[in-house]
Design a protein around this ligand. Structure first.
Ligand code: WA2
Length: 281
């Protein structure tokens, strides 16, 4: 009888965990498709029209009104590719200087001389944000290539033509770990078999979405009944020997554990969901 009970418990935990993992994965996939569609929108109406048919006001309104289509995202933004030779013209035209991304410590330290410190130093090229959803308005004018994770994402997105994900990192103006999803925008339609070099040359900008993982996964799990029965953790397991906890409490319990796989659509990143019962039998 005991082994029968244990068998049922194991099965229940597996079902609950798999259901939650599938929900999270599906919602992520849905929002990824809509971010992809936004990249095509920018390509069509910003780059495809002269002058551009989208400005900050239009982009802000449209992305706010369609945010229901991008569950789990905290905001979307568009960064333009700017060569160093174009920097002066760009800054004049847009009426702002290209800023570099700062860590919190730097932001606190720069109180003495804010103007100078946040200017982006000279590089071959930049990716300043020019359009944003209201929720991430604080990244407008910041060079996304000046942040390690954002830069890596931009380079991988433009050479692959695919949606790519960062590893978890602390997003600007957020106290949580999050991830950023990036799609490159090209100046011509790219065929499926375009080479990385052709893609890099045709790149005109980057459409990205940020995911504040803890608050958004919380929201998702709260929709389910019996939330009180199990403890859920989400990990980035890309580096197996150094998994990063993206969601949930420190795992101290040694009881029954079920691991469900999670596929967020970027083959370069691996994720897992770990579930445990809250109470011992
Ligand atoms: N968006 C929001 N908060 C952030 C962030 C980000 N990146 N990086 C750090 N905190 C415009 O890939 C292009 C969005 C980057 C896209």
């Amino acid at each position: 009888i005991n082994s029968e009970i244990n068998f049922r418990r194991t099965e229940t935990l597996a079902n609950m965990c798999d259901e939650r993992a599938r929900m999270l994965q599906d919602q992520f996939n849905v929002s990824m498709n809509h971010v992809h569609a936004l990249a095509i929108l920018v390509s069509t109406f910003y780059h495809g029209k002269q002058p551009p048919a989208i400005d900050q006001k239009t982009f802000g309104e449209y992305t706010e009104r369609t945010s229901f289509e991008r569950p789990l995202t905290s905001g979307v933004a568009y960064a333009l590719r700017v060569r160093h030779s174009e920097r002066e013209n760009f800054e004049k035209k847009h009426g702002f200087t290209i800023k570099k991304m700062e860590t919190e410590d730097q932001t606190l330290a720069q109180d003495c001389d804010p103007e100078k410190l946040d200017l982006s130093p000279i590089h071959d090229e930049y990716a300043p944000v020019i359009l944003s959803q209201e929720t991430v308005a604080h990244i407008v004018s910041i060079d996304m290539m000046s942040g390690t994770e954002d830069r890596e994402n931009i380079l991988r997105a433009r050479s692959s033509g695919k949606g790519v994900l960062t590893s978890p990192f602390k997003l600007l103006k957020s106290n949580h770990l999050g991830v950023v999803l990036t799609f490159a925008v090209y100046d011509t339609h790219m065929s499926q078999d375009a080479t990385p070099e052709q893609r890099i040359n045709a790149t005109v900008g980057y459409l990205g979405a940020s995911y504040d993982v803890p608050s958004l996964v919380d929201k998702l799990l709260h929709q389910l009944a019996s939330k009180q029965t199990i403890v859920v953790n989400v990990y980035d397991t890309t580096n197996i020997s150094a998994a990063i906890r993206m969601y949930g409490p420190n795992e101290t319990d040694t009881g029954l554990l079920h691991i469900s796989s999670l596929d967020f659509g970027d083959p370069a990143r691996k994720h897992e969901m770990h579930c445990r019962f809250k109470n011992k039998p």
